[in-house]
Design a protein around this ligand. Structure first.
Ligand SMILES: C[S@@+](CC[C@H](N)C(=O)[O-])C[C@H]1O[C@@H](n2cnc3c(N)ncnc32)[C@H](O)[C@@H]1O
Length: 278
């Protein structure tokens, strides 16, 4: 799993999508994130999780903070990039956590999660992939590791590319989001090889072989993916302009296109709203 994490970071560093000198905030994170981020050359930032207090230098060169990914105790645009690996599907609202990561990041958000597809839904029906992560809780002796790190196994929320675009467009309606996707195939062969049923073990080996073929032939159909939301490359909508630190409708865009309802007034007269119009 870490190979995909490392490889994706390497690709983004080479393309300039992410820079090593940036301050990183890793959420739902642990030692894997520390190791991968360190080997990629990052030296500044915070490893955060809900779960525990740790020795002061356990995550060096990063610091450690107890942060809830769904309510990050951080100001807007306060880190360069936020990262999550295999964490959103443990949150009560993966969308809420993504919105928080987007809010606090100046430049971008990098997410590694499971991808939804017809073949993945078939795998769940056949019992070769999980709808709920019972094993994650068993790994923590039945006490944690599930939904918001409780003993209740979490549902595995899987994303499609379209889900990601729709979600980010809803989080920030002022721009057309710039999102880059990376794909990978991960076959749960370890899990299947532990089954008490010989047929499942044999099936697991076959699925493992088939997975390798699928990965090479149809890389975008993999069951895992990563997405990088690059806030710097997002394109502002032409109907908005900034005024007094708020986004408002641009009369020069609106007035040639819309008629005011029930009055001769301009459709934009007296109407303003900020970026969060709720
Ligand atoms: C599958 S582990 C992934 C850990 C690490 N990122 C990795 O790849 O090894 C999911 C982690 O999410 C954490 N977690 C669950 N809900 C969270 C939340 N709302 N905020 C922060 N961390 C959360 C859990 O404590 C757990 O450590």
């Amino acid at each position: 799993m870490s190979v995909f994490y490392e490889q994706t970071l390497k690709t983004l560093l080479e393309s300039g999508g992410i820079e090593r000198s940036w301050e990183v905030l890793a959420v739902c994170a642990g030692t894997r994130d520390r190791d991968v981020l360190t080997s990629a050359g990052f030296t500044r930032g915070v490893i955060s999780n809900l779960d525990r207090d740790v020795a002061p230098d356990e995550f060096a060169p990063f610091s450690w903070e107890r942060l809830d990914a769904e309510a990050l105790d951080r100001p807007d645009d306060s880190v360069d990039v936020s990262v999550v690996h295999a964490g959103l599907h443990h949150c009560a609202s993966p969308h809420r956590a993504l919105a928080e990561m987007y809010r606090v990041a100046r430049h971008g958000v990098l997410v590694f999660e499971a991808r939804d597809s017809a073949s993945m839904r078939a795998a769940v029906r056949l019992g070769v992939a999980d709808a709920y992560e019972i094993e994650a809780v068993l790994d923590q002796e039945g006490r944690a590791g599930g939904h918001r790190n409780t003993a209740v196994p979490n549902h595995v929320y899987r994303w499609t590319e379209r889900d990601v675009i729709k979600t980010v467009a809803s989080i920030d309606p002022a721009v057309t989001p710039a999102v880059e996707f990376f794909h990978d195939v991960e076959v749960p062969t370890d899990r299947l090889s532990l089954s008490r049923r010989p047929l499942v073990r044999i099936g697991g080996r076959l699925v493992g072989l088939a997975g390798g073929v699928v990965a090479r032939a149809f890389p975008k159909q993999g069951n895992r993916f990563a997405f990088h939301v690059d806030k710097r490359r997002a394109v502002g909508h032409p109907w908005l302009v900034e005024q007094d630190e708020s986004m408002v409708l641009d009369p020069s865009w609106v007035e040639p296109r819309f008629r005011a309802r029930g009055s001769a007034q301009s459709p934009t007269a007296g109407r303003r709203w900020g970026r969060q119009n709720n």
